[in-house]
Design a protein around this ligand. Structure first.
Ligand SMILES: NC(=O)c1ccc[n+]([C@@H]2O[C@H](COP(=O)([O-])OP(=O)(O)OC[C@H]3O[C@@H](n4cnc5c(N)ncnc54)[C@H](OP(=O)(O)O)[C@@H]3O)[C@@H](O)[C@H]2O)c1
Length: 273
């Protein structure tokens, strides 16, 4: 497993993390068992970054993560998110309390603002975040779906903490962050946490250079994860409920492509390696 520093912190997190959107949706014992096993397999393989949110399955996702890590809490780095309607001071504190309870932990490693909310002052939100850090309930502060301007505003609102990360959609199928957010994160040493890195499982094989999968014996999902994490600033959080998917994703960085091979993705399948 490859590990990277989270933002400017000294924290090492796995470049490939685990997403948990839609886990807990059906809430059956079988689904829960499968999800818990997949997450624990990921940890066994060296993945320590787990991403969830209070919004996912109305809190069931956080409960399943809590169940999966209850005896291995120190081995994992839990990132969760506060919903945009809960960004006023008191609501944010109460959201954090709810997440801590569902996760069965006394601290959240990375607490992220899930989406910006223009009706609530970012200063109030970041003051509440810093209060949680002072109380030891949160270790690092992040945002999600923030533009460059919104990220700058969040950073300016922080007085004694650095903003660690911005979680945004990034994959071969959606490269829009390359225009501004990715270069900004690289320059400012903020981790870009790439969500939906597998395009929700609809892997666009037309975008792979011919021969690369064969040369490195890699699956389309592995190519996508390897490609999306080529910048040092990026961490990716694919969601995998199936153990075989989890294992495939965990081994997607066993080799790194050459610069020209990464570049060849721009030309799609017609590019030969
Ligand atoms: N901040 C935000 O606003 C936001 C928005 C969306 C997502 N997220 C986060 O990002 C995470 C990932 O995004 P996502 O869940 O939207 O989509 P994703 O990770 O791009 O795709 C998940 C889908 O890909 C499949 N998959 C996983 N590994 C595979 C493999 N090796 N080969 C083929 N298919 C594979 C999964 O199947 P199985 O589950 O059956 O294994 C699942 O159907 C979320 O779970 C969530 O934590 C954040």
């Amino acid at each position: 497993m490859e590990y990277r520093r989270l933002g400017r912190t000294g924290e090492k997190v796995s470049t490939i993390g685990m997403g948990t959107w839609r886990i807990g949706v059906y809430d059956s014992p079988e689904e829960k068992r499968q999800q818990v096993n997949a997450l624990r397999r990921g940890v066994e393989l060296g993945i320590n970054l787990i991403d969830t949110a209070e919004m996912y399955a109305n809190g069931r996702s956080e409960e399943i993560v809590g169940e999966a890590v209850k005896d291995i809490r120190k081995q994992v780095f839990i990132a969760t998110k506060v919903s945009p309607e809960n960004l006023h001071h008191d609501s944010l504190l109460s959201s954090c309390k709810g997440s801590l309870h569902r996760l069965g932990t006394s601290y959240i490693d990375l607490y992220q603002v899930h989406w910006p909310n223009s009706r609530i002052l970012i200063q109030e939100t970041m003051d509440a975040m810093e209060e949680l850090v002072r109380e030891g309930k949160v270790r690092y502060i992040g945002v999600s779906n923030f533009s460059v301007a919104q990220t700058n505003a969040a950073r300016e609102a922080l007085s004694s903490n650095e903003l660690a990360s911005n979680q945004v959609e990034y994959s071969l199928a959606n490269r829009s962050v390359e225009a501004d957010i990715l270069p900004y994160c690289e320059k400012e040493k903020i981790s870009l946490i790439a969500y939906t890195p597998l395009a929700r499982g609809r892997v666009p094989s037309s975008m792979f250079p011919a021969g690369l999968a064969v040369k490195y014996n890699m699956t389309p999902a592995q190519l996508m994860l390897n490609w999306v994490t080529q910048s040092e600033a990026v961490l990716a959080i694919p969601k995998a409920a199936r153990i075989d998917h989890m294992e495939e994703n965990a081994s997607s960085l066993s080799v790194r492509f050459t610069e020209s091979e990464y570049h060849a993705f721009n030309a799609g399948r017609n590019q030969t390696i």
